[in-house]
Every structure is written in C-alpha cells, then in structure tokens.
Write a protein that binds this ligand. Structure first.
Ligand SMILES: [Zn+2]
Ligand SMILES: [Zn+2]
Length: 127
C-alpha cells in the first residue's frame, strides 16, 4: 500500500476512534482503540497523528485532575467531564451547572470555568 494511503487510513481510524468514544482520550487509550481497528498500528504513528491533528485544529487538549493530557475533537460546545476512579476513563457530560460562575467572590470577573465530576461510571458501579 502506498505510504500516503496507509497514512490516510491510519488517520481515518484515529478520527473514527474519537467519534465512536465521544469522551476525551489519552494517547494510550487512542493507541489501544486504534489498534483494535488497524492491527499493528505503531505507538509513534499514533503520537504523530495526534500531534498533527492538534496542529491542524482537529483536536483539542483536555487536562483533567492532573492526569496525562487527553484529546477530544475540536469544535464541541461547552461541556464538562466525568472521571471514573474505577476504570480511569473520562466521559463527556453535556450541559452545565447553573449558577457556577456566581460562586466567584464580589469583585472577581469570571471568564470561564472548568468542572470535573468524579466517581464511578455505570460499568464500575455494576462491577
Ligand atoms: Zn469506570
Ligand atoms: Zn459549564
């Protein structure tokens, strides 16, 4: 297979991983999921693809609770995340907490917020 075709296939597989998962993924999670689709995909390939997609603006970085950076598709609306302490995965939560910006003391001008819920995902609650 010509190099650029293989490259395109790998990038498509990685984009597909993000679309299927929804939530933000660490590089290792992307690697694992991408390998399930394209056996033999290398670590360097995945890291290179992530870096290229970041540079192109297709992905954004999400930093959650001091963990390794995760990536998600760019252009999503305002949303938050849930971190499962059981399996270590992060999930996307739609919507926002009402009144959260009003928590700032008088005199502070709020320009944004970041909200991370923690606990157990359904799979970990059940198990
Ligand atoms: Zn879990
Ligand atoms: Zn919010």
């Amino acid at each position: 297979m010509p190099g650029h075709q293989r490259h395109t296939r790998q990038r498509a597989a990685i984009a597909g991983v993000f679309e299927a998962q929804g939530g933000p993924l660490s590089a290792l999670e992307v690697l694992k999921l991408a390998r399930a689709k394209v056996p033999g995909m290398g670590t360097a390939t995945v890291y290179r693809a992530l870096a290229a997609m970041l540079e192109e603006g297709a992905l954004t970085v999400v930093h959650l609770l001091g963990q390794a950076p995760r990536y998600e598709l760019a252009g999503k609306g305002h949303h938050h995340h849930f971190c499962c302490r059981g399996c270590g995965r992060a999930f996307e939560i739609e919507g926002c907490a009402e009144g959260v910006q009003a928590l700032a003391p008088a005199g502070f001008r709020v320009e944004g917020h970041d909200l991370v819920l923690t606990g157990l995902c359904p799979g970990c609650v059940g198990g």
